[in-house]
Design a protein around this ligand. Structure first.
Ligand code: NOJ
Length: 560
């Protein structure tokens, strides 16, 4: 069995601070708002919070463009508020993870400003600058957000590299002094008592710098930058050092945003891994092509989803530990992604909840997922805040897709779907804020979907999530649910996803009917006890079980 550790037993709640709870009436969520809602998070059953970035930032990319790592953006509150959040959460048994964004900074960071103004200063080597003779960019890499990955410094032939927006220059990890600055900053936060970090875009820190013209892979004449900067040889030296100097001495929980190929996985999450866990992209991004071009949606079947989940579970469990999630701030709402529009309801939403809670790995709930929040489509492309949405839209048009169709595609996948304000109640701005208007519109469905409404209803998505988290955090089934080995359970039905979790003398059988019709599965002997299910039916083991549409049921047995 796996070594027992606190972060394996955790349930994580991810907060997008701008949209969680406004406490001062400016229409933007803040740290005090989070402090005021700690009791809600505790009651949900989470004991770790991951906060998306709250540092100083011009907010070109939702705070993933940091201009000062040591201070909190005033829109979120003060440095003292952050200390208070860590302390108050700690008193309630909740640890805080911050976002660590060290592949790039904001172009407004003082290091970059120095580097721009004084090319001879030491800060110029903190970034990746390149001068060309002809005034053309050093190569034709495409940034992840679309458009060239090089930006010219005005009035010169000097360019800097940015894998994301042009306001996010990439850091040069080859520079030792820069690495020391990063370790100092990471330790500054860990010494305050943080539980750890979610680590952004970390697989990009080692670059294979090559110049010239590469075979384009799109209508824009550019080439996917990931081919040159993702998981490049030598990255392990940087990651090893980062861990040794910061996380390991603090026994931190570290979740890397890293799509790691199987051969590197052991180094990342093994016994002596660089991180305690990684996110897996294979099922959350099942609708996105490998090149990240979500303006060309990938269609998928339930069988494919099952295959991806099973492969990922088997691969990760051979090497170490993983983080499981259906949603985050870079996704659209899971119910809109995985379910046909006409099938979005209590049963299908709770089935999805059960699907991810019973996998092996630490579950991450994204704010609003626990009440089954849904996508929100805005009126026109100009209404979208998310920089990636605009990038994808532009590329869709360049690829010859008509405006209307391009809009429909990007609106469905836009990251803004998950960045709408949290829906607390049926009052003004869904209880998110007292302001006249909020930084992003509240989804008009808030009268139908809100915390207050679901708290009163025993049969709500929220109460189902509370039960799931409760089961995972303690009681009879928690151990097998957390540490049980994952074993696929073969069924004849193409749209049923089932598996077992196996501990010494305990077993779970986890079954999900991913379709709007009945399905029948065989039940092995001994599975006589129902752990949880989204239908109220009585259960007896008769050797087979007839599942209702979108039913999920979890059964238990002991082998002694
Ligand atoms: C991944 C983050 O989750 C995303 O929101 C951000 O845009 C990029 N990394 C760049 O930091």
């Amino acid at each position: 069995m796996d070594k027992m550790t606190w972060w394996k037993e955790a349930v994580v709640y991810q907060i997008y601070p701008k949209s969680f709870q406004d406490s001062n009436g400016d229409g933007i969520g803040d740290l005090r708002g989070i402090i005021n809602r700690l009791a809600y998070i505790k009651e949900l059953g989470a004991n770790v919070i991951w906060l998306c970035p709250v540092y100083m930032s011009p907010m070109d990319d939702g705070g993933y463009d940091i201009s000062d790592y040591y201070h909190i953006h005033p829109m979120f509150g003060t440095d003292a508020d952050m200390d208070e959040l860590i302390e108050k959460a700690g008193e309630m048994g909740i640890k805080i993870l911050m976002d660590l964004v060290v592949n790039h900074t904001s172009d407004e960071h003082e290091w970059f400003q120095e580097a721009l103004q004084n090319p001879k200063s030491k800060y110029a080597d903190y970034y990746i600058f390149k001068e060309t003779k002809d005034g053309n960019p050093p190569n034709n890499w495409r940034s992840y957000f679309g458009g060239p990955a090089w930006e010219r410094v005005e009035g010169t032939n000097r360019f800097y590299l940015h894998a994301f927006s042009r306001k996010q220059p990439d850091l040069n990890w080859e520079n030792r002094e820069l690495r020391e600055e990063i370790y100092r900053m990471v330790n500054y936060w860990l010494d305050k008592g943080l539980g750890g970090f979610r680590i952004d875009a970390i697989c990009n820190i080692k670059k294979r710098m090559e110049y010239g013209f590469f075979q384009p892979d799109g209508e824009d004449g550019l080439r996917y930058i990931g081919d040159f900067i993702l998981n490049q040889p030598g990255i392990e030296e940087f990651l090893y050092e980062l861990n040794e100097r910061t996380f390991r001495p603090h026994n931190s929980m570290t979740v890397a945003e890293a799509n790691v190929p199987e051969e590197l996985l052991e180094q990342f999450i093994g016994e002596k891994g660089f991180f305690t866990m990684v996110f897996d992209f294979s099922y959350a991004d099942i609708d996105v092509p490998d090149t990240g071009e979500w303006f060309r949606p990938r269609h998928f079947t339930v069988s494919e989803l099952r295959k991806n989940i099973f492969n990922s579970q088997k691969m990760v469990q051979e090497k170490g530990w993983g983080a499981v999630y259906l949603e985050n701030h870079d996704q659209n709402r899971s119910v809109n992604k995985y379910l046909p529009k006409e099938d979005i309801h209590y049963y299908s939403k709770t089935m999805l909840g059960s699907l991810f809670f019973f996998l092996r790995g630490t579950p991450f709930i994204y704010q609003g997922q626990e009440i089954g929040m849904e996508n929100m489509t805005l009126e026109s492309i100009a209404d979208y805040d998310d920089i990636a949405t605009h990038g994808q839209y532009e590329r869709a048009l360049k690829a010859g897709i008509r405006e209307e169709e391009a809009f429909a595609i990007v609106a469905k996948r836009s990251r803004d779907n998950n960045r709408t304000p949290m829906q607390w109640d049926e009052g003004k701005n869904a209880g998110f804020s007292d302001a006249k208007s909020t930084w992003m519109k509240v989804n008009p469905d808030y009268k139908r979907i809100s915390v207050a409404r679901q708290e009163k209803d025993g049969e709500s998505v929220l109460n189902f999530y509370r039960k799931l988290a409760g089961l995972r955090r303690g009681g009879k089934y928690a151990s097998v649910m957390t540490y049980g080995v994952f074993l696929p359970y073969e069924v004849e039905e193409a749209s049923v996803i089932a598996w077992q979790r196996i501990a010494d003398t305990e077993r779970l059988l986890v079954i999900h009917n991913f379709q709007n019709r009945e399905g029948v599965v065989k039940i092995p002997e001994g599975y006589d006890e129902k752990v949880i299910g989204n239908y109220k039916s009585e259960y007896f083991n008769t050797g087979s079980y007839r599942l209702k549409p979108y039913e999920s049921i979890v059964l238990y047995k002991t082998t002694e």
